[in-house]
Design a protein around this ligand. Structure first.
Ligand code: AHR
Length: 514
């Protein structure tokens, strides 16, 4: 009898324990005037592998719809998810790029070796005009990274004049002769890239001085006030942020960049496969992905010391997962497949950025097509949308919407004695009053029930979309391009004044409340 009682007690405890592990409490409040900047959803395209060449810019003979040599299937897909910015020409490539090589008649453009990426010949057929034409087709704003490492102040300053000025000068006449009479009005300018590494191996003190010098000659032309972005820290290099914030007056820079990549194993010489990994490697990858929360929090705290009014944006203009390249591909081309794991990384990272929108006001996923964590993969005339693309599709609802603060009590996802929060969330309200809540369940096994209180937000109906799949390693291929795609989500309902959501294991969901 005593044993029976004990057994009942044990079972009751187990029940409570399993209940505690699979439920989350969420509160969403109306109390904020902050905006989730659309620029958080920016993209990055470097002269690297098949990112530009084959990705955006193709041979005239390729049987796809084209505008000049720009492939329109890729453009149309990116337009659909409203990419706000495209960063170009690098990356490391930016600090060996000389813009004058990429203007004028094709046949006269010099050829160069792309020393960073595979040692291939760069024929400069895709230059300033082609990039700006691409941005206009995409309906996005260009973000140009200027060469500080191997360039000069004069070179950068003339590039800006060439692109933005409407006065009479030799370079402006050149632009007109090259087919663009009106100034392009490009406002986003990066002053170097990774100046602590491939951009010149500088110390932060040296770079801060260089920034001030370059920034002094990066001029505003009519209707094109520049948003100058300083080359910021690598991952957790807090000293870089400290020195830049201390030495560069806040009114000289619009933003300070931060680069952080999620390397699955955490080991750069053996990063891990994009498609073949076990639960332990998945768990490690997600731990590394969640490190973004730490980085953004700590870099922001340093920025707050010198810029309490948060005038300077933290611009995470290179982020994403970086795996080993696909077997048999050029190691210098950084071509990798994209699985459900990538999608959960994107969804989680974007939730982090949204929740830090007071400081993170721009970002760029690395890199849009065929490189690292791409939105799109191409193979000659074929193209496919990756799982990451579908996350950006769902999350476009947050662009320029009003940020809604959240409080979350998430269960842990536990493996081999280590724990990470299973659920992450962000929320916003658009101009028409609709509330969007993006939720991620990182747990590979447990569905999690979320009970959400929306305090003083009024709503009547809830609909949703979900991205998930049978296996965390599932990918879209050219043979099966729609294995992962957005499906309608029926796991959310109104119960009294609360929102109840059953989040399937390994899934990302976007809810719309009206
Ligand atoms: O995105 C690939 C490379 O990663 C970029 O060129 C560089 O800035 C970073 O190290």
């Amino acid at each position: 009898m005593a044993f029976k009682k004990y057994l009942i007690l044990i079972l009751a405890v187990m029940n409570v324990a399993s209940y505690a592990q699979t439920t989350a409490k969420l509160t969403i409040s109306n109390d904020s005037k902050l905006t989730v900047s659309k620029y958080i959803y920016g993209q990055f395209a470097e002269h690297l592998g098949h990112g530009i060449y084959s990705g955006f810019w193709v041979d005239r003979s390729l049987p796809v719809e084209k505008q000049g040599r720009i492939r329109m299937d890729v453009v149309k897909a990116l337009k659909k998810i409203k990419i706000p910015t495209l960063r170009w020409p690098g990356g490391c490539f930016a600090d060996e790029y000389h813009w004058r090589d990429g203007i004028g008649p094709d046949a006269q453009r010099p050829r160069m070796v792309n020393t960073n990426w595979g040692g291939v010949t760069e024929d400069n057929s895709f230059g300033t005009h082609e990039f700006l034409e691409l941005c206009s087709l995409l309906g996005c704003e260009p973000y140009i990274a200027a060469n500080v490492g191997s360039g000069t102040v004069e070179e950068m300053s003339k590039w800006i004049e060439y692109v933005n000025s409407n006065s009479t000068s030799t370079v402006v006449e050149q632009r007109k002769k090259n087919g663009h009479p009106a100034p392009y009005k490009v406002t986003f300018w990066g002053i170097g890239n990774e100046s602590w590494g491939c951009g010149g191996n500088m110390t932060p003190d040296f770079y801060a001085d260089q920034f001030k010098r370059y920034a002094a000659f990066a001029k505003n032309y009519p209707s094109a006030p520049l948003k100058k972005i300083a080359s910021g820290p690598n991952s957790g290099d807090y000293n870089w942020t400290e020195v830049c914030m201390k030495n560069i007056p806040a009114n000289l820079m619009w933003g300070l960049s931060l680069h952080y990549y999620t390397v699955p194993t955490g080991n750069w010489s053996h990063k891990g496969s994009a498609t073949s990994f076990d639960e332990s490697e998945y768990f490690k990858t997600m731990e590394n992905c969640l490190e973004m929360e730490n980085l953004v929090t700590k870099h922001s705290a340093i920025m707050d010391k010198y810029d309490p009014d948060k005038k300077v944006a933290l611009v995470v203009d290179e982020w994403g997962v970086w795996t080993d390249v696909e077997p048999g591909t050029n190691p210098g081309f950084l071509y990798q497949q994209n699985s459900l794991r990538d999608a959960l990384i994107a969804a989680t990272t974007l939730n982090i950025f949204n929740n830090h929108c007071d400081r993170v006001r721009a970002a760029a996923l690395a890199q849009t097509v065929n490189v690292l964590q791409s939105l799109i993969l191409t193979d000659k005339d074929k193209m496919l949308l990756t799982p990451t693309y579908h996350i950006f599709d769902m999350y476009q609802m947050h662009q320029d919407a009003r940020y809604l603060p959240i409080k979350l009590n998430s269960p842990e996802y536990e493996l081999d004695g280590k724990k990470i929060p299973a659920i992450n969330v962000s929320a916003s309200q658009d101009a028409s009053g609709k509330v969007h809540i993006s939720l991620v369940n990182l747990d590979l096994h447990n569905n999690i029930t979320i009970s959400a209180n929306l305090k003083d937000i009024h709503w009547k109906t809830v609909t949703g979309q979900i991205l998930t799949s049978v296996n965390i390693t599932d990918i879209n291929t050219f043979q099966q391009p729609h294995k992962l795609r957005l499906e309608s989500f029926k796991g959310a309902k109104k119960e009294g004044i609360d929102l109840l959501v059953v989040m399937p294991a390994k899934s990302a969901v976007m809810l719309e409340l009206e």
